[in-house]
Design a protein around this ligand. Sequence first.
Ligand SMILES: Cc1cc2nc3c(=O)[nH]c(=O)nc-3n(C[C@H](O)[C@H](O)[C@H](O)COP(=O)(O)OP(=O)(O)OC[C@H]3O[C@@H](n4cnc5c(N)ncnc54)[C@H](O)[C@@H]3O)c2cc1C
Length: 311
Amino acid sequence: MGRVIVVGAGVIGLSCAIRLLQAGHRVDVIARELPQETTSAVAAALWYPYLAYPREQVDAWGAASLAVFEELAADPATGVVSRWGVELLRERSPRPEWAGAVPTFREAERVPDGYAGGWSLRVPVIEMPVYLDWLTRRLHELGGTLTRMALPHLPRPEGVTVVNCSGLGALGLARDPSMTPIRGQVVVVEQVGLEQWWVDDSELAYAIPRSETIVLGGTAQDSVWGTMPDPAVARAIVARCARMVPEFGWRLERARVVAHRVGLRPGRPSVRLEEEISGERRVVHCYGHGGSGVTLSWGCAAEVARLVGRA
Ligand SMILES: Cc1cc2nc3c(=O)[nH]c(=O)nc-3n(C[C@H](O)[C@H](O)[C@H](O)COP(=O)(O)OP(=O)(O)OC[C@H]3O[C@@H](n4cnc5c(N)ncnc54)[C@H](O)[C@@H]3O)c2cc1C
């Protein structure tokens, strides 16, 4: 087993590092932003395949990750909580391909006025501030290191495998022009008693409960780089969420705002998960997870470990 440098300390880099350590590698993580400063820290984060491709692989990575998250939900220290929720639909639509991976998936019995139907399911909600701390602890417990460093290019030391989990940073590090930001803004409000999550993709509204807060979203603006929260957008998000959640909206509207957050999703026509070999140098790329990085993390990490393990 060899030495591995993982570039990136978001959910993808940390999950890959943990699987590689468990496979017996020596692993050092290098990142410009530490876990709580990454896009991953802004994620809502619901297990839900969204804005990530190609469909078939996304479904397989998602299913593999779901199984891991269900296990992690048994330990409160992880910040993973299994919760019921509803995706509301304006028009009747076929079951999503990934529904087969979710045993609780079924048609919602009741939906608010104005909706044609919905899906009801119980899936993990991942409280990212808690979860990223837990992943970082696991990394250190397993003997890995984490160092802050902004890299101008990917390191290519001989005999060391580099795993590139730089998210949107791959635009420069992997010279990949197909990477684009998909800007997402959320409003974090105090927890006012919401137990189940709600999503309306037609309006891009979602309310994701955590133990002490609720994440209200959202936006998905292609090729927009700005990370300053926009107050008008924040007001519109709260109004959309209040309309979406029946008999609860007024509480969301009056809830105290804890934080405004913006993250740039690493958009790509399809996730890049492959190895690149030139001479003695080897890079395994794992980036471009769009709106599903958390949802796909463990499935992708297993595949990265398999690729690296072949050396
Ligand atoms: C508002 C919002 C809501 C979301 N909700 C969900 C959700 O409900 N479910 C879900 O699954 N996903 C969700 N996502 C998507 C998810 O956040 C991303 O897909 C995921 O965070 C990508 O993880 P990553 O580790 O690839 O990238 P990042 O978290 O961006 O981490 C990239 C790492 O690479 C490092 N890096 C980059 N360039 C360099 C460099 N030059 N040198 C050194 N280090 C570098 C960075 O510093 C960072 O450490 C959401 C995103 C947003 C913005």
